[in-house]
Design a binder for this molecule. Sequence first.
Ligand SMILES: [Zn+2]
Ligand SMILES: [Zn+2]
Length: 272
Amino acid sequence: MEFMFQRPWLALIFVALGVVEYLWRKHATVRGYDRGEVMASLGIALGQAVIKPLSAVVILAVMSLFGRITPWQFPVDDWRTWVVGFVVLEFTYYWFHRTSHRVRWLWATHAVHHSATQMVLPAAIRLGWTGLISGGWLFFAALVLVGFPPIVVVTLNGINLAYQYVLHTEAIRHLGPLEWVLNTPSHHRAHHSRETQWLDCNFGGVLIVFDRIFGTFVAEPRGRKLDYGLVHGEHSNNPFRIAFSEWRRLFADLKQEKHWRERWRIISGPPA
Ligand SMILES: [Zn+2]
Ligand SMILES: [Zn+2]
């Protein structure tokens, strides 16, 4: 999000695309447009815009500390740093995203993104507020430790996120051979499905190749629409309820356990 606010032209393109998609969906009568849900996504994005700069202070401080203690650093002005950095960041994003689905502590934040039941562009900016606490950012901070300058990591991460905005739509069906290499709206619709066969698939950001390599790729079914959203959890359009709903469920489960070993099993284990 902060990537978007630092670049007003990008925000403008995103809004324009959102309007075009809204008009398209209004005419494609079968799809409908859940305005309440879109307003909730915008509310969550607004909350994120307030929280993210505060989290960024901590994350950037840790990154710059890592940058100082690392024994070597790749030069920012060498194109190879960016090309290799792009592939390494995509690899890291794949594991960060896969872990976010398989470890409940990280899922508590990521579930917010999966709470939308319609695949429309504004669902892309429905991102959890508690990323700093969940700690998924440590995956990316680790890239600084292996020698990528913080500016390279932050920029490539921004590109990864901005790219994913256009994945949240039903307006684009298939992109032919591009579907082999790139993460596409079709692959990401499958990722957002709550149907058993499509749970925990297609974790890539810009690239889909790591899903193909690590066996988590599942294609979208042809000729039928998937059911999107969360398997568990209530449906709400209140941004605060959505932002903390999975944390509430997690702490309720922890309260029921008497032993710390069991509690740890819940926190580190997959969502039920
Ligand atoms: Zn996900
Ligand atoms: Zn998504």
